[in-house]
Design a protein around this ligand. Structure first.
Ligand SMILES: Nc1ncnc2c1ncn2[C@@H]1O[C@H](COP(=O)(O)OP(=O)(O)OP(=O)(O)O)[C@@H](O)[C@H]1O
Ligand SMILES: [Mg+2]
Length: 583
């Protein structure tokens, strides 16, 4: 059926159609042009009565397929249909016992062939799973993870997969894997009213950037306030004797500012009393004794207003407070292993706002008030439980413990259900945990020795161009996609709206599973990701059936369509059963 090459153009060659018949069976079939030392692989893309158009894909040399063509096939040599062995170099290894081979599904073009990927290339890079709603992203993801653990060879007992399960779908398909020896799955349900199975991050882990994310700050000028807040939180909660001097110093400074604020005597008196009622130490409080030659009085007494409406002892009080400020608080040496709660942060935030002079500036006051109100709301809502942790632990221990059972056995999958919590908090948690994992990996001396694969459902909701870049300088997911690979923090994005995903994030993904898409914008994005798709491949994306995905990227030899098997058990993602529920 294939004759000689009669024309070459761009990535195509045209060969004669010797039979002068249109045999549609050969459409999308792979062919090879065998030459000395190399075999060029192409795919039939169009057939006419006289010609067959072949899209050139790459070359096989030494049993290895490489994408791209640097030399056209010889003109006088007809191609032939690809052999089974050649096909294996493109569909991926058929040896499912090899631990570096991960089963994705069956080939839709060659039913006897499995589509597999190179496990290392898949999980040491970022990947994206794209497709319209209801065409198999969640089922496909669940199935591939099940395949990973139901491996015929050996199980990846030291894998660390974290799924942010936005719809609470994955609990069942993952939990079922625990029937396999040594496989452990930890599911955090994060139910509204159940405190027993909540993933909680110690409040003392939060740095100023984390607080900015938590409090949804849209103004970077508030970051210094948060930094100060955290410094004060550590000072106020420290049990260390020497921090008392720091406490006294910062309280005294704030009071001195107030004494010089030019406010009325009554305002000054009331505010000093109010501050000292809440923020005091054993040595600096309302009853502290201010000793003058021949006359000793308490701070409270110093605040008395005389008949002329003045605080008579204001100079004496200033002198007294000044003594406390001699301590240098710029380079404070605070013990780092202190634990504190979100309440402690709130207490310090209020003080930080006082000492910022926030109440003197309307603009800062308003912004800071929003900050305070927001933290107050969190403290008085179920959100607080996500930041309640009752003992001290380092970040390193915390991350490592997350992946250990009570018996110290490794946990391979952590499923964090987010379906019962509101979108804002879900976004905060995914960012804070991803940041924690990333920082853990950055600090790990043995680089990339503890790879963590973070899978994010509905990724477009989390990885978009939000306030983070403006306020804290970066979006954590963009950062992980740019820098995480070297440190072993890898993202898996699942999305129905690739257009809404940040461009940085998508452009850093190396592997793709594309289920059915039909929006022209999505279509353009997929086209722009890789040059190895033919027009026909792209057209086919519009008509893929449920569970069929175009697979391509670094872990795959060639773009191929795979029919992914349904997972067992299924995720809880099926459509509503209208007949059963309506009638
Ligand atoms: N591999 C498959 N084989 C057969 N049917 C499938 C397959 N995958 C999914 N389906 C069918 O499609 C339905 C929806 O699949 P799934 O929940 O995975 O879609 P989705 O792409 O994750 O959708 P959404 O974007 O709304 O989350 C499933 O309930 C199932 O009936
Ligand atoms: Mg889904």
């Amino acid at each position: 059926m294939f004759g000689k090459v009669i024309e070459t153009k761009e990535n195509f060659v045209i060969v004669e159609n010797i039979k002068h018949e249109i045999n549609t069976q050969i459409k999308n079939i792979h062919v090879s042009f065998e030459e000395q030392n190399r075999t060029i692989i192409g795919k039939v893309s169009n057939i006419t009565l006289d010609t067959i158009e072949i899209f050139l894909l790459g070359e096989i040399q030494n049993n290895k397929f490489t994408e791209g063509i640097y030399k056209y096939p010889l003109l006088n040599k007809p191609p032939r249909i690809i052999t089974g062995n050649e096909l294996v170099t493109m569909t991926g290894s058929q040896n499912l016992k090899d631990k570096n081979t991960l089963l994705i599904g069956s080939s839709t073009t060659y039913p006897n062939f499995k589509i597999t990927c190179n496990l290392t290339n898949m999980f040491s890079n970022h990947f994206a799973i794209i497709g319209n709603s209801g065409f198999g992203k969640s089922c496909g993801t669940a199935r591939i993870i099940q395949n990973l653990f139901n491996h015929e060879g050996s199980i990846p007992k030291n894998a660390h997969i974290v799924m942010f399960d936005v719809y609470g779908e994955y609990d069942k398909p993952f939990k079922a894997l625990e029937s396999i020896e040594k496989v452990h799955v930890k599911s955090y349900k994060n139910s509204k009213n159940d405190y027993t199975n909540v993933i909680s991050l110690p409040a003392y882990f939060l740095d100023a950037e984390d607080l900015a994310i938590l409090l949804d700050i849209d103004d970077s000028s508030l970051i210094p306030v948060l930094e100060k807040t955290l410094k004060y939180t550590k000072i106020f909660t420290s049990k260390d004797e020497k921090t008392i001097d720091y406490k006294n110093s910062i309280i005294a400074k704030t009071l001195l500012e107030l004494l010089l604020s030019g406010k009325s005597s009554a305002q000054i008196r009331d505010q000093v009393i109010s501050i000292l009622n809440k923020y005091h130490t054993d040595t600096l409080n309302l009853e502290s004794k201010v000793v003058e030659p021949g006359y000793t009085r308490t701070i409270r007494q110093c605040l008395l207003i005389d008949e002329q409406g003045k605080i008579n002892a204001i100079g004496i009080l200033s002198n007294y407070l000044n003594k406390f400020t001699e301590v240098d608080t710029t380079n404070i040496d605070i013990p780092i292993n202190t634990s504190y709660s979100l309440d402690d942060i709130y207490y310090a935030l209020e003080f930080a706002l006082l000492s910022e002079g926030a109440y003197n500036s309307e603009l800062i006051y308003e912004k800071s008030l929003a900050l305070r109100v927001h933290l107050y709301q969190i403290l008085n809502s179920e959100e607080k439980k996500f930041f309640t942790y009752d003992k001290y632990i380092t970040k390193k221990e915390y991350v490592e413990n997350l992946f250990k059972t009570g018996n110290n056995e490794p946990i391979q999958i952590i499923n964090i259900s987010l379906d019962e919590i509101d979108d804002r908090l879900a976004k905060v948690l995914t960012k804070l945990y991803s940041k924690l994992f990333f920082n853990y990996a950055l600090e790990n001396e043995d680089r990339a020795s503890f790879p963590i694969n973070i899978i994010l459902e509905e990724a477009h909701r989390y990885v978009n161009n939000d306030n983070d870049t403006r306020v804290i300088g970066y979006n954590i997911f963009d950062r992980i996609t740019k820098e995480g690979r070297k440190y072993g923090v890898l993202m898996g994005f699942i999305t129905q709206r690739p257009k809404e995903l940040s461009e940085t994030a998508l452009s850093q993904c190396s592997n793709f599973l594309v289920f059915r898409i039909f929006h022209p914008d999505d279509y353009k994005i997929v086209d722009s990701i890789t040059s190895s798709l033919t027009r026909d491949d792209l057209e086919r994306l519009k008509t893929l059936r449920k569970g069929m995905a175009l697979t391509f990227g670094q872990a795959f030899a060639l773009p191929m369509i795979a029919q992914v098997d349904l997972p067992n058990p299924l995720p809880q993602s099926s459509n509503a059963n209208i007949i059963k529920t309506w009638f």
